[in-house]
Write a protein that binds this ligand. Structure first.
Ligand code: SAH
Length: 265
């Protein structure tokens, strides 16, 4: 099967800086050229990063990496289509400058978190939050095979099982329990505030903690809706007020509880 390409595990960030796009896999490059041809990718930086972060490192064996559609990655979810990754990277480009902080909620395969890490560089911070622990583990393995591996080693890129510890009072026995809630809707306060927040699953409404964790001047890109969804762009203005606009209609898996997502899986 000739569309399956081995993930390019030879390229380090140092080589990326030295060689630019020259060492990207030919197929990754062809995918980007196609997206440029159709006017989806207009940014040079986004083209570079999407060439160098090879999707072949982020899809399960036997899945065609460069086809422009979402692909199953297990647990009832998908890696988003390349054109959606491109669109979100471009919407966030000004908020992914070197040294900036980015949060990727519902990081799934880890692909976009890896792209964020390359864009913000070693002085920045790229944080992935995902509620399926198995996906967190596999995304870390994916990133290790990719051009973003050195960021993981050096600590500017991290992926977490989302959640905070909640103290719940059991009134019956009057005892206190600590339970962890894995939910990216709570964001990741430890590394807040962020210049850029991306959500990779459709929310019923915009979670307030994500707005709270944005820097003034920061931008949140989030699909909102149920069956009919809009990709919303939320800008936090310097005075702390927020402006919201809809970019386009989209179709994402829901941002939901772990139990609801795994029903029937
Ligand atoms: N950008 C990712 C998208 C993966 S699909 C990629 O391209 O690979 C959306 C992801 O959101 C899934 O991995 C799913 O498990 C996760 N998700 C859904 N609801 C969530 C929640 N409440 N908290 C954290 N992650 C969630």
């Amino acid at each position: 099967i000739d569309y399956i390409e081995h993930c390019n595990d030879l390229l380090s960030y140092k080589e990326f800086q030295k060689f630019g796009t020259k060492k990207a896999s030919d197929r990754s490059k062809a995918m980007v050229e196609q997206l440029q041809h159709f006017g989806v990718i207009t940014s040079k930086k986004v083209a570079e990063v999407m060439e160098i972060v090879d999707r072949a490192c982020f899809v399960p064996d036997g899945t065609p990496p460069y086809v422009d559609s979402p692909m199953q990655i297990g647990y009832n979810v998908t890696i988003s289509a390349p054109h959606m990754h491109a669109m979100c990277l471009q919407l966030l480009e000004e908020n992914l400058k070197p040294g900036m902080r980015a949060l990727d909620v519902g990081s799934g395969s880890g692909y976009l978190t890896a792209c964020f890490a390359l864009m913000v560089g070693p002085e920045g911070r790229a944080v992935g939050v995902e509620h399926i622990p198995e996906l967190v583990n596999s995304s870390i393995l994916n990133i290790r095979k990719s051009a973003a591996a050195s960021f993981l080693e050096q600590g500017s890129l991290t992926v977490h099982v989302g959640g905070i510890s909640l103290e719940t009072q059991n009134s019956w026995e009057n005892r206190t329990f600590i339970s962890t809630v894995a939910d990216g809707r709570l964001g990741w306060p430890e590394d807040a505030p962020y210049d850029a927040i991306h959500v990779g699953a459709a929310a019923k409404e915009i979670p307030q903690p994500l707005i709270d964790q944005l820097k003034p001047g920061g931008r949140l890109v989030i699909p909102v809706g149920n069956i009919f969804q809009d990709l919303q762009v939320v800008d936090k203005n310097l005075d702390g007020s927020v402006s919201i606009r809809s970019e386009t209609s989209v179709r994402y898996v829901p941002l939901t509880s772990r139990e609801a997502q795994l029903l029937g899986y």
